[in-house]
Every structure is written in C-alpha cells, then in structure tokens.
Design a protein around this ligand. Structure first.
Ligand SMILES: [Zn+2]
Length: 336
C-alpha cells in the first residue's frame, strides 16, 4: 500500500524526499547527454524559408536535440554588420563607419525574424541562436577600416557600444523562446584588456535567465586564461569549447571539475572535429565516446551541459556534415 503523502510522519517524509532526490540524480546520470550544434551550416536552398526548414529538419533527422537556425542568411559577422548603424559591408568586407548602434527595433533584426518563423513552423523545436560577441565583431570590422567616431581598433568604446547594441537582441531572442549563445572566437587570442572584454558578455545578457545563455570560444583556450575568466561571469550558465580537432585537443588540459563547480557553470563539450577532408577522417562514434569519457573524467559528467561539434560547420565539407552529426549522436549514445 502506498501511504498518502500527507499522512507520513516528518521522519518518513524526509526519507521519501531523500529517496526521490536519489532517484532523480540517478535518472540524470542515466539519461543520455543532450546534443546541439554551434550554429552555422551550409546553405540548403536559394529560398530563405525553405533553407531554414531544411536546416532544422536536417539537424533533427541526424539526432540533434537543441537545433540552431543554421545561419542560412549570412556569416556570423555579416548578420550584424548589415543591420547595425555604424557597421557596414563595403565591397564584401565589414567595416566600421561611425558610432555602433541598433538601427531599428530588435523585432526587425534578421535572427529575430527567423526565430519567429521557426517557432511558427516548428513549434516544438528547442532552438539556440548565436550572437557574435563584441570583441569578435568589433575586431573583424575595425581591423579593416574605421571611418569615424572611434580613435582606433583598441578604443574600448567600440566594444562597449557593440555590447549595448546586442543587448536588446539577446533579450528579444530569449523572450521568443530561444537559447542564446554568444560566440567569441577571438577571445582565445588574448588582449591586454581581456578581463574587461570578457565582462562585456555579462552586460549583453544582464537581465536574462542565465540558464538560457551560453558562450562559445573556439580554438585553443589555454593561452590567456579565458576559461577561468568566462567561468566568473554571472549571467551565463554554459561555457563551450572544442576538444576534438587538432588545435582543440589540448584544451582538455585547461578545464577542471573545480572550474565548473566553484562557479556553478556547465560545459558545452565539443566532441567531434569539424575539419575532416574525407569520410575516413570523420571521428568515429567510438572516438566521440572516448573523447566524452576523457572530458567527463576531467570535469565530471554532471558538469557537462551538452555535446556538440567543436565549432560551426559553414566551412566543413558539405558531404561530411551529416556523417559528423550522425557519428556525434552515436558517440553520445555509446557514452551513455
Ligand atoms: Zn567555434
């Protein structure tokens, strides 16, 4: 007979509660890791909406739990350079033309429009959209040309203005039901005002629920202490790095259980390379599972938020992308 919960003594109540908590921890341990993608994929079709539909269906068919929009319109810099006052694309090159600000309401921003479309067409989808961070966006545009307003590429006002312009976009995306990922590949390079640059990420997502926000840094992260700086941020919950590619392999030396547990962060674990040139170079499911085991032994399985390819796949050999996603899914299932 199952006793009615309210008729339990306090001691029994505590006992039931404890058993329930243990069962939940066990369930979490037994559940397979969630999978996601970092963002960009090859363009699927000439028609934008058809292209977005195909990008979503492609990811779901290949075992991705939290899908991306596939960045079907543009590359990670052009998305913003085309829509922000003060940034422009001139002869195919993004540049700085004046004070950076959001020109229109965030509702008009292309990624927000695409999210609306995706939510109406695929209402049950879990989606993560990427925003290019201030350092990567500012450095990419400012290194080509700064026409006015900022002294030079090291003028911190440029990055501060970009963070301010990104803030309403991040909020509108989260309000629209998306997870938001701030992409800051350039932060692996190291700058003299690194800590200040990392803190800009917190500013972008200041009022948002941190469980909706992640940050992704590509390449080798061991040079300038970026992992520990990111772990100190208040308003993000997941920090994502690659561990599988030639450059990314050594990242395992720069993460630890302490890094995540001291600050309550989780790891986005890049577990399959995005740079194979032929099918026999794609990491096998066994290699993916072994990689995840290595990562888990370093940070603790419970501190992994999800598994993903090392990086976006716009530049990846198109015919290998489905194999990468399928092998990642199979590797995650093997890892258990
Ligand atoms: Zn990346």
């Amino acid at each position: 007979m199952i006793p009615c919960f309210s008729s339990l003594s306090e001691a029994d109540h505590a006992h039931v509660e404890k058993a329930y908590k243990q069962a939940r921890v066990l369930c979490q341990l037994m559940a397979h890791l969630t999978t996601t993608t970092i963002g960009s994929l090859f363009r699927f079709s000439e028609d934008l909406h058809e292209s977005i539909d195909k990008a979503i269906e492609f990811q779901r068919a290949n075992g991705v739990d939290i899908v991306s929009d596939g960045e079907q319109r543009a590359d990670m810099v052009a998305y913003f350079a085309e829509s922000f006052g003060g940034l422009a694309v001139e002869n195919g090159t993004p540049i700085v033309t004046g004070k950076v600000e959001l020109k229109n309401s965030p509702e008009k921003f292309s990624k927000v429009q695409d999210l609306k479309y995706i939510k109406s067409k695929h209402p049950d989808v879990r989606i993560k959209l990427a925003i290019t961070g201030p350092t990567t966006l500012g450095m990419t545009c400012g290194s080509r040309k700064i026409k006015s307003h900022y002294k030079n590429i090291m003028d911190f006002a440029l990055y501060d203005d970009i963070a301010t312009a990104l803030r309403p976009i991040a909020k509108t995306l989260v309000d629209g039901g998306a997870y938001v990922q701030i992409d800051e590949p350039f932060l692996s390079q190291g700058y003299k005002d690194m800590a200040q640059r990392v803190r800009l990420i917190d500013q972008i997502v200041a009022d948002l629920p941190s469980e909706k926000v992640s940050v992704h840094v590509c390449g080798f992260i061991g040079g300038f202490g970026v992992a520990s700086m990111l772990s100190e941020l208040d308003n993000i919950s997941v920090i994502s790095f690659g561990f599988a590619g030639g450059i990314e392999k050594r990242n395992i030396e720069h993460v630890s259980r302490k890094l995540f547990e001291d600050t309550g962060k989780k790891l986005g674990a890049g577990c399959i390379s995005v740079t194979p040139l032929a099918e026999n170079q794609v990491d096998t499911p066994e290699a993916v599972a072994a990689k995840l085991k290595d990562i888990a032994s370093k940070v603790g399985r419970e501190n992994i938020a999800y598994a993903h390819p090392d990086c976006g796949m716009r530049a990846t050999n198109k015919s290998l992308v489905p194999i990468i996603l399928r092998n990642m899914r199979a590797g995650v299932d093997l890892f258990g």
